[in-house]
Design a protein around this ligand. Structure first.
Ligand code: AVI
Length: 325
């Protein structure tokens, strides 16, 4: 572990996560059948901007509904969490939901965002430090899919609360989600808790509209993956040759997003040519939508149990409080 002090912030705990191997991951995914590319590579600077724009589209309900739900449920959440929590957020935590949680909880002692990017985690924590001078800010640069050795706050916390909003869990396969929740259980410790945002199964038309907005922002977000690969690893995907397609599979309980080849074509990555047939679909993202039974089953496989649940009035989005089983 290596600590780097910044001018205005508590030291950054840098656990030196292994850098991404974009070329290796792209080659592995393109060699698979059917072809796939990992959705984690959506989030370069442009992709993050486009995701922010998605959250403002009228069809994309999850962010709006989760924020309203947090507002409506925060008193009950604060009651269930109790005082003096060390809040550990999986992700950069620069947003509105972090403010809502830290404002609503009873005297949280410290806040630790865990993020793979050093600059992102430091920028987010600096903004929050101004808003919450009484909460110790302990940013960590690490891969949150692995258990994280947390920095110790100066004031003794009552327990750790892992916060994972946004239904980001849904972007992992079910096995990956279980592995992630196992790591979460180790990170939070025996008396810890987790507050997880989960997008709930609903009408297919509502789900598919959310991932096919009329303004085409989600389509641009999906195609930006190829823009990024062309720029960063020198591939030569024809950006006009692929179209975004997102469909809900009720059987598998998830939105599946593809880039569909518009004609027979080839693309070169790291000197290797990959052939695409006309209409061939390359999988780029899953976005799981949970029922209570499906989510509780995943939690149980990770040694966690749901102890409280809050839904919006339409049962579109939920917040779940979990503890070690
Ligand atoms: C970040 N994640 C929860 C988003 C989702 O809804 O699965 C990413 C996204 N992809 C397309 N639209 C939004």
């Amino acid at each position: 572990m290596n600590a780097v002090t910044t001018a205005t912030m508590a030291p950054l705990t840098d656990l030196r996560p292994t850098p991404d191997d974009i070329t290796g991951d792209a080659l592995a995914g393109l060699s698979a059948s059917p072809k796939r590319l990992p959705s984690k590579y959506f989030y370069d600077a442009r992709g993050s901007e486009l995701f922010e724009a998605i959250t403002r589209q009228p069809e994309y309900y999850p962010t709006r509904v989760e924020i309203a739900l947090l507002d409506a449920a925060i008193v009950g959440i604060a009651d269930a969490v109790g005082p003096h929590a060390h809040v550990v957020e999986y992700g950069s935590g620069s947003g509105r939901k972090t403010l809502q949680l830290l404002e609503g909880l009873a005297d949280p002692v410290a806040y630790t965002p865990i993020e793979i990017s050093r600059t992102t985690v430091l920028a987010a924590t600096e903004r929050l430090a101004e808003a919450f001078p009484g909460i110790e800010m302990l940013p960590v640069c690490a891969d949150f899919t692995q258990p994280v050795d947390l920095p110790e706050p100066q004031r003794e916390p009552g327990h750790t609360l892992v916060f994972f909003p946004g239904s980001t869990l849904g972007n992992f396969t079910n096995d990956e989600a279980v592995a992630l929740m196992c790591s979460m259980r180790q990170t939070m410790g025996g008396n810890g808790q987790a507050l997880i945002g989960v997008d709930l199964e609903k009408d297919v038309a509502v789900l598919e509209a959310a991932y096919n907005d009329a303004a085409g922002v989600t389509a641009e977000f999906t195609l930006n993956l190829l823009v990024r690969l062309n720029r960063e690893i020198g591939s030569d995907f024809d950006l006009e040759g692929f179209r975004h397609r997102a469909v809900y599979s009720r059987e598998r309980g998830r939105i599946e997003t593809f880039l569909v080849s518009q004609r027979a074509q080839s693309a070169t990555v790291d000197g290797r040519a990959f052939e695409f047939g006309k209409g061939e679909e390359m999988l780029v993202e899953y976005s799981h939508k949970y029922t209570d039974a499906r989510f509780e089953d995943l939690a149980a496989r990770a040694g966690l149990k749901v102890v409280q649940r809050w839904n919006d009035a339409d049962d579109w989005f939920g917040l779940r409080l979990l503890q070690p089983a």
